[in-house]
Design a protein around this ligand. Structure first.
Ligand SMILES: *Cc1c(COP(=O)(O)O)cnc(C)c1O
Length: 463
């Protein structure tokens, strides 16, 4: 399968190419040139499959000839073998309508492990015979960074430079990044917001000489392979709840629009998804875009769900590409306007079309806290703030959708203990496998929110 850029000017690439490239050279994002379809009987066949088997079935059409099926199977079982739960992504029943899909049993306690544990192994496999090392650079609002670092620490032929907005990630998140000792891991604390950090990453990618010199690649959710890996758990959960014979709705705590876009891909592949609830916190650009066509950035407000404190959702461009009938030129123009002015008006027929599947819901701090309390009092579940936002949206919108409603539990409560304790009075304990996190020394470099400063830092790293 070939992959094309949403802005039409970068060369088409196969799965190996898009995995290693991350962002397209024209500033766009790669997507498959057509959405593969799975037959109803394939979904039926997955009802008794384990997570690894489901992953191989869902990923095979994307991977195409880039890997033998047996190689894919081996990478998948190594990736998900690092999870602490035998079901990998267990479903938990909350009541007759609502389910939680627990995506936090990986090494860093957030759903990003599901994509990155596989992505790290794909990188190592695809780079196996190459002499030039590759530099992975990324910006994180918290969970991507630790998951990416856990996925590539110590791998040969790779180094990782991870930018995070100083003081805007939780202490657990920061320590999960800065206490990793591997020599190929470099943490940078940026004096600015996540969007500043992400803009620096984009600027470095757009500097062709710098990009070539360091052989830059990305593991942010702009990397297509990462999104492909996330399609798997939508399929795995839905077939357990009766798909393809009945539809299933998902509620997705959303920031960069990567996770919920993976749900859209599952839908495009033929999974009967009745709705994708796009749950946001007070940083609600997506709720405004999907509810009224107003895609305009505002200042980021720090909240108790920092991984969703995002005002420019990179992956939304992938949906806009489809909504524009895959007309890359039209989309490139629209994105240029957005990048120049900070706003874009999405024509009504387009956002109205999107709104048939995507249901936006903005959840404020109080509703998040009330939902944390409801879940604990009524179901015994101690959620994290991101998951609580998803569940609040699910409970608000359930009457409008068909089928069971699955809320993606994107992080373990112990990653955000202060917010959880403030809402519920219960302090969530870290699982035993993370013991010692607060005792280990931290390593990071502080830099201003300036692409030149970050470029100079990378130029100065030992080869
Ligand atoms: C990254 C993250 C999100 C947002 O996911 P996107 O793919 O960026 O929309 C939600 N919750 C948690 C816990 C996260 O780490």
């Amino acid at each position: 399968m070939q992959h094309v850029s949403t802005r039409g000017a970068a060369p088409p690439l196969d799965f190996r190419g898009v995995t290693l490239a991350g962002l397209a050279s024209d500033g766009g994002l790669y997507v498959p040139d057509a959405w593969p379809r799975l037959e109803a009987e394939t979904f039926h066949g997955l009802r008794t499959a384990d997570y690894g088997e489901t992953a191989v079935t869902v990923l095979a059409p994307f991977v195409g000839g880039a890997l033998e099926r047996e190689e894919l199977r081996a990478l998948v079982s190594a990736a998900y073998g690092s999870f602490a739960h035998a079901a990998v992504t267990p479903l938990v029943e909350l009541d007759h309508r609502h389910w939680l899909l627990e995506l936090h049993h990986g090494p860093t306690l957030a759903f990003k492990d599901l994509a990155l544990q596989l992505l790290g192994r794909l990188f190592a496999r695809f780079l196996k015979d190459e002499p030039t090392p590759l530099t992975i650079i990324g910006a994180t609002s918290g969970d991507t960074g630790s998951a990416a670092i856990a996925a590539v620490a110590g791998l040969p032929g790779l180094r990782i430079v991870m930018l995070h907005p100083e003081g805007r990630v939780s202490e657990v998140q920061r320590r999960q990044m800065t206490t990793v000792e591997a020599a190929n891991v470099h943490n940078v604390a940026i004096a600015g917001t996540f969007d500043d950090a992400q803009a620096i990453v984009k600027a470095l990618f757009n500097d062709a000489a710098f990009r070539a010199r360091h052989r830059l690649s990305a593991v942010n959710s702009i990397n297509w392979a990462r999104l492909a890996a996330q399609v798997v758990y939508y399929v795995h959960a839905a077939v357990r709840l009766g798909a393809p014979d009945r539809p299933v709705a998902f509620s997705v705590p959303t920031g960069n629009f990567g996770d919920v876009f993976a749900g859209y891909v599952a839908h495009q592949m033929g999974l009967p998804v009745s709705a994708l609830m796009v749950a946001t916190n007070e940083n609600d650009i997506l709720a405004r875009a999907l509810g009224a066509g107003d895609y305009s950035r505002r200042a980021v407000q720090p909240t108790a769900s920092p991984s969703m404190d995002i005002q420019v959702s990179s992956n939304f461009e992938r949906l806009l590409f489809d909504l524009h009938g895959r007309n890359a030129r039209a989309l490139a123009d629209a994105m240029a306007t957005f990048e120049a002015t900070g706003r874009m008006t999405i024509p009504e027929p387009l956002w109205a079309e999107a709104a048939r599947l995507f249901r936006p819901a903005r959840v404020d701090r109080e509703e998040m806290a009330a939902t944390l309390r409801w879940a604990l009092d009524s179901t015994g579940q101690l959620l994290d703030p991101h998951t609580a936002i998803g569940l609040a949206a699910a409970r608000r919108l359930a009457d409008q959708v068909e089928g069971p409603v699955v809320t993606l539990a994107t992080a373990h409560a112990a990653k955000f203990p202060e917010a959880v304790e403030a809402a519920t009075g219960v302090f969530p304990m870290l699982p035993a496998r993370l013991a010692g996190l607060f005792d280990r020394p931290e390593r990071m470099t502080r830099l201003p929110a300036d692409a030149r400063a970050v470029a100079a830092f990378i130029d100065g790293l030992p080869a």
